[in-house]
Design a protein around this ligand. Structure first.
Ligand SMILES: C[S@@+](CC[C@H](N)C(=O)[O-])C[C@H]1O[C@@H](n2cnc3c(N)ncnc32)[C@H](O)[C@@H]1O
Length: 578
């Protein structure tokens, strides 16, 4: 497909650009450092971008960077701070394996890029990373050599241009000229001419036509779908297999991949007992609507969660609704035998209400002190904070364990708002040893296992390109050991929740089946019934109809999906030890 691509050799390479002209994967061009190796000076911007992403001249002038080595004549076109921010984040993601969602917000704050400019930079950064596979296929049609042979900074500029042309409503002339200006400042004047020529080629064809061409040129349908929907082929294969294995139609794969490309709505968790939805002071001016499934979920429309007082002080947090549901389910499932339940301090009625068809009942009163709960893999602490709030209502206590010290620190911070006496300890340790060190010591154990995260691709734009099939082998071994340890750490009659933010069969069903094959003291619980029992109740007393696969009773685990439930693809299996 396509004609002859643009030849990069026709354009002069300038080595006077910051970082020189190294090749893709090894270069440091446009690294976010100034000529002396320091951070670039912040280029403060306000709401000067128009609705279509164009920047008004005053903002351009005020936001220009002062570190260009180019002659004044070459700097005729000023660089837009939002595009520069996106470029700098892309370089950092490539060079330092950084996470865009951790790098971008502080960078925007540091450079005082706010309002529409911040929104533009965010959409440009995340969209470019997410849709990289699609744009690379388009760019490959417009360049006369493998993209891997291009300078890494030049390739990132081209991707940013492609996203503006094909994924955002930026007018073509603005997308090309602003991106060429970005190239001139960051990768040099010669490459900027090359960028200009390539982006003009990209802009000559509409997105639907590009996608048609990509599909037509693909060796098979699945490869075409993977490229068009910008996922690595091995990920598409794993997800399609997961759909089938979890009882869904593998033909849904297109919808699933499309849902992965939609930025998720910001969902907050109102930690029960710590904050009330009707408390105006807690939510400030936030525009909130109840979540679809979890009684604790609030969907935030438009504003920054960081300005919500309850989020700032830990009474609420940002948390996917699927994560909330699996945590609520672990807290709601009845225990057997001694130590089951505890006197409620301030019970949340919805968390314990019984589903019409489900077996969930009120826990028996404790005969041996408060329940002890364990979060075995707690960092950074989202589920631990919800568990701790629920534990406070039940008179239970929580131990949070995390192997990485810096993530254990994040857990401590996440637990800031929890009343004294609820959290026994936040410890740094290897969860694989807990079962041996503390056999039978806990009533409820959460294993939110380290996983590929292939169920949360919506919120981690670069992660699909980082993961490899080899990760699966390492992770599934660790997952088995952690689940086995959790089952040793729970007392007879107690419950373990095995959770992943991946639907991949090797990390979900196969781990559970394999661990259970080696022991005869564990029973699978009716997880769908428990999850249905914790769903929010409508004012008329009904609950939403949570579609789960396989028909009633056909499956004993729960798999959520972005394209079905609007949540991350969280997996939950509830297990009871005899
Ligand atoms: C999926 S994350 C947990 C997310 C967390 N539950 C939350 O909701 O914020 C998995 C965590 O397990 C930790 N981890 C990995 N190996 C571990 C081990 N051997 N023991 C304990 N934690 C481990 C990782 O560092 C990571 O923080």
């Amino acid at each position: 497909m396509g004609g002859t691509g643009v030849n990069a050799d026709h354009f002069e390479r300038r080595d006077d650009r910051p970082g020189g002209g190294r090749r893709n994967g090894h270069g440091r061009s446009g690294s976010g450092r100034d000529d002396h190796g320091g951070r670039r000076r912040p280029g403060g911007q306000d709401d000067r971008r128009d609705a279509r992403g164009r920047q008004r001249p005053a903002a351009r002038v005020r936001g220009e960077r002062s570190t260009s080595r180019q002659a004044p004549g070459q700097r005729a076109k000023r660089t837009d701070p939002a595009r520069t921010a996106a470029f700098d984040v892309l370089r950092e993601v490539d060079e330092s394996d950084a996470y865009a969602n951790l790098v971008l917000p502080p960078l925007l704050a540091d450079r005082r890029i706010r309002g529409r400019d911040a929104g533009f930079a965010t959409e440009l950064t995340y969209g470019t990373l997410r849709m990289r596979g699609r744009y690379d296929a388009v760019l490959a049609e417009c360049v006369d050599r493998p993209l891997d042979d291009l300078d890494a900074g030049v390739l990132d500029v081209l991707r940013l241009g492609a996203h503006q042309l094909l994924g955002m409503r930026v007018p073509s002339h603005a997308a090309v000229s602003e991106t060429v200006a970005l190239a001139r400042t960051n990768v040099g004047a010669g490459p900027a001419q090359f960028v200009n020529a390539v982006l003009r080629r990209v802009s000559e064809v509409s997105l639907p036509e590009w996608l048609e061409r990509i599909e037509a040129g693909a060796p098979d349908r699945l490869t075409g779908l993977a490229t068009v929907q910008s996922h690595p082929l091995w990920v598409v294969r794993s997800l399609r297999e997961a759909l089938a294995g979890h009882g869904r139609d593998p033909g849904e794969i297109g919808d699933l991949l499309a849902a992965d490309n939609e930025p998720p709505r910001v969902t907050l968790v109102a930690r029960p007992g710590l904050v009330d939805v009707s408390d105006d002071d807690a939510w400030h001016d936030a525009d909130l609507v109840p979540g679809r499934w979890a009684p604790t979920a609030l969907v935030l429309d438009g504003s920054d969660p960081g300005v919500v007082p309850a989020v700032r002080d830990g009474r609420a947090g940002v948390q996917d609704e699927g994560s909330q549901l699996v945590t609520l389910a672990l807290a709601a499932v009845p225990l057997d035998g001694r130590g089951a339940g505890g006197p409620a301090r301030n019970e949340a009625p919805q968390a314990r209400a019984t589903d019409s068809g489900g077996p969930v009942s009120e826990p028996e009163p404790s005969t041996s002190g408060p329940e002890r709960w364990l979060d075995l893999c707690a960092g950074p602490g989202g589920k631990a904070a919800l568990l701790a709030a629920l534990a406070a209502q039940r008179g239970a206590t929580l131990v949070a364990n995390e192997v990485q010290p810096h993530r254990a620190r994040l857990v401590r911070r996440a637990l800031d708002a929890v009343p004294d006496g609820v959290v026994e300890e936040v410890r740094t340790g290897d969860g694989r040893e807990t079962g041996t060190d503390e056999p039978g010591a806990y009533d409820r154990v959460l294993v939110d296992a380290p996983c590929t995260g292939l169920g949360a691709l919506r919120r981690r734009p670069e992660s699909r390109w980082r993961r490899t099939p080899a990760d699966l082998a390492t992770l599934t071994g660790l997952q088995r050991e952690l689940l086995a340890s959790a089952l040793d750490a729970v007392r007879p009659g107690g419950v373990v929740a095995y959770v992943t933010c991946s639907p991949v069969l090797a990390e979900t069903q196969l781990v559970v089946t394999d661990v259970l094959r080696r022991r005869d003291d564990v029973e699978r619980l009716d997880t769908p019934a428990v999850v249905r029992s914790v769903l929010r109740t409508e004012p008329d007393g009904t609950r939403p109809d949570l579609p789960l696969t396989g028909g009633a009773g056909a499956r004993d685990d729960v798999q959520l999906w972005p394209h079905v439930h609007g949540t991350d693809a969280m997996h939950l299996t509830l297990l009871r030890k005899h």
